[in-house]
Design a protein around this ligand. Structure first.
Ligand code: HEC
Length: 127
């Protein structure tokens, strides 16, 4: 049986109430519906375990902010920057260097990717 939307929402809200940081709270409310609470994704949403694979490719830094789910999230530039610093550290064990700032996020999210799948493939293609 599929869990009902109300059930999933209740779970997300209950988890958000226990989140111990803004970043975790923002993740639960804005991202986990598609990416899942543990970041594992689904057959159409890549697992965040794959962030490590992308981390050292030139362009990953820009790609991570320009994917539509991040770029168009209902979060301020400051909150999105903090969320992405937290997310990258959580899944690659290394925070972005330098950390994202609100100004960089504002510049990048103004140009959301039209074809993120193609961009991801391009990043992983041998150079
Ligand atoms: C409506 C569903 C949805 C929501 C909500 C969503 N995403 Fe995504 N995300 C996707 C999909 C689908 C992809 C694969 C690329 C694409 O088609 O956009 C993706 C890809 C990504 C990637 C690239 C991962 C990779 O390995 O290529 C990042 C980073 C990301 N999302 C961050 C976020 C963040 C941060 C949030 C919350 C602020 C968020 N997303 C919210 C659906 C979503």
């Amino acid at each position: 049986m599929k869990p009902s939307i109300a059930c999933v929402l209740a779970l997300v809200l209950a988890s958000a109430a226990h989140a111990d940081s803004y970043e975790e709270h923002d993740y639960l409310l804005s991202c986990s519906g598609c990416h899942r609470i543990d970041g594992g994704g689904s057959n159409v949403v890549p697992s965040f375990e794959g962030l490590s694979e992308l981390a050292d490719t030139p362009g990953a830094r820009e790609y991570w902010i320009r994917v539509p789910g991040a770029a168009q999230a209902p979060l301020s530039d400051q909150r999105l920057a903090a969320l992405m610093n937290w997310l990258v550290k959580r899944f690659t064990a290394k925070a972005p260097e330098p950390l994202y700032t609100a100004a960089e996020v504002a510049r990048l999210r103004a140009k959301p990717l039209r074809d993120p799948i193609a961009e991801r493939r391009r990043l992983l293609a041998p150079h």
